[in-house]
Design a protein around this ligand. Sequence first.
Ligand code: AKG
Length: 172
Amino acid sequence: MIPFLQNSRLQTLIAALVNGTPLCMGVETFNKPAKVGSGVPPHQDNAYFCQEPPDVLTVWVALDDVTPENGPVQYLAGSHQEGLREHTPSGVKGNSFGLAEAVDEVSVSVALLQKGDILIHHCQTIHFSAPNVSDYPRLGLLMVFRGEHTQDSPEMKDAYHRARALMESSPS
Ligand SMILES: O=C(O)CCC(=O)C(=O)O
C-alpha cells in the first residue's frame, strides 16, 4: 500500500466520505509536463465510473507545487449535489468525455497546492483544468475509492456506451 494511505486519520476520512468500507478501484496519473501539458474539459468522474449510489471519491496527490500557471484543478462548488449531467465526446486527446453544456466558470474554486498536498473530490463534483503554459511540470497521482456497497448502474453504463459510440463515429 502507498505509505500515506496507512495514515489512520486518512483511512477514517475516506471511509466516512464513501459511507462504508473503502475499496480502491483505480490508480492513475494526470501529468502536465512544462509548457505542453494539455487541459482537461469540465466533467464528472461518475460519467466514467457509473456507480450507484455515487459513494466514490478521488484522492489527488500533488507531486509538484500547483500554481495558477501550471494547470490547477478547478472545482464547481456544490456541483456534487446536483446529479449527473449529460456528457458527450470532448474531442480532447486523453479525455474522452466532457459536459454537454458549458459551466459557469465564475463560481469555481482553484486548487493551488504545495507538493505533497492532497485534494479529495466526490465523483459528481464538476471539475476541469487548463493547459500548463508554465516552465514547471504539474504531476498528479490519483487514487479512486468507492464504498464496497456501490454497484454498476445499467442506466449510467448505457449513457456511457452511447457517448462512446458517438466518439467512435466522429472523425478524428
Ligand atoms: O488533474 C487534472 O488536471 C484533472 C483531474 C481529473 O480530471 C480527475 O481527477 O478526474
